[in-house]
Design a protein around this ligand. Sequence first.
Ligand code: ZN
Length: 121
Amino acid sequence: MQQTMVIRTKTPEDKQKVIRAIQDKDSSSILDPEGNPVTLWIGTSLDMMTILDIEGVEDAVSSDALCYCRSGKERYPLSDARGIFCGYVCEDCEEEKRAMFRPEIFTDGNYIADEQIEEDY
Ligand SMILES: [Zn+2]
């Protein structure tokens, strides 16, 4: 069974080395070399330990834990001052996501809710 994960490497050269190493080990791996020069999305049947053992791999995370903005970083829930869930973010997109809300909802637990709160997440 294939799983999707994101691999980070130190340099773009390392990324090319890692791509070749993965293809050697599992030729059925689906590699998506687009995007960030040091980030690689792959679908592979290799397990995490095997991937982490490859020279040049800095870090690898299963995509189940990753942010939807495709930064390749782990996601965590963003909640307002009342503990209301506002969505998943990572360190790359948290600021952008927060900017979509009024700033006081993150600092003042007694803010006045004058908009409909979306309950069906
Ligand atoms: Zn993100």
